[in-house]
Write a protein that binds this ligand. Structure first.
Ligand code: SF4
Length: 234
């Protein structure tokens, strides 16, 4: 099930100081039959964790143009192993925040809600802490910061597309649907491939690449420079 479908059923009625706790008992049910969306930042972290370039990671471990983690034929996430998540230290935002969902309104107001639990989940919900405690425990601050940075960049890209072609807005839902149908290993856009955008040939490097923060900053600068050049030429 797509994460967006899960989120569409959520009541966002919690704030960071709302009572909340969740104890995972590793039943693994939340790692099945889901479309786990990933951003360029999350791809970069996962790629580095596995010692891959972002292109190698996209080709091997994603679908939908490099925007969704690939699943196994039985519906399990491709990273679900016998002992649980095999990429746990660098798992994506939606996996960390589960079973919560977060919403940020256009004016920046943030709220949280419960996703509907799997009917057979062994996870235990409670009120022993707060939403903030849970976010801290899951080390989500950096992921939220990256969502904000890439969200701004994405909006600039959309604005530029609309400037170049005002009818682009009408085509966005068709384009999104087309991305979900792309053959496995195909890139939706070069912008999802941080190493390529940064001109980093991972196989020729020492294998370490740029540090994550440096790579993200260089990636955002490169795309902003490209958008500026389009703006100047339009
Ligand atoms: S990345 Fe890890 S935590 Fe997320 S769905 Fe896959 S196995 Fe589960």
């Amino acid at each position: 099930m797509a994460y967006g479908d899960l989120v569409s059923r959520v009541d966002f009625d919690m704030k960071r100081d709302s009572p909340f706790s969740y104890a995972c008992h590793a039943c693994k049910r939340c790692c099945r039959n889901k479309a786990i969306r990933v951003s360029p930042y999350e791809i970069l972290r996962l790629a580095r964790y596995l010692g891959l370039s972002t292109r190698q990671f996209i080709e091997t471990h994603t679908e939908a143009g490099g925007t969704v983690l690939r699943s196994k034929e039985n519906g399990d996430c491709g990273f679900l192993g016998e002992r649980g998540c095999s990429v746990h230290p660098d798992r994506p935002l939606v996996c960390r925040i589960y079973p919560l969902a977060r919403w940020v309104s256009p004016d920046g107001e943030e709220s949280f809600g419960h996703l509907t639990p799997h009917p057979k989940t062994e996870g235990v919900y409670g009120i022993a802490g707060t939403v903030q405690d849970y976010l801290d425990h899951q080390q989500l601050a950096t992921f939220f910061d990256m969502s904000k940075r890439y969200g701004k960049l994405y909006q600039k890209m959309v604005d530029m597309l609309e400037k170049l072609d005002p009818e682009e807005l009408d085509r966005r839902s068709d384009r999104r649907a087309a991305i979900d149908e792309l053959p496995t290993g195909t890139l939706a856009s070069m912008w999802v491939d941080i190493d390529a955008t940064n001109g980093l040939n991972f196989s020729d490097s020492d294998g370490s690449g740029l540090a994550i923060d440096e790579a993200v900053a260089a990636h955002i600068r490169a795309i902003e420079a490209w958008l500026d050049s389009l703006d100047a030429a339009s």
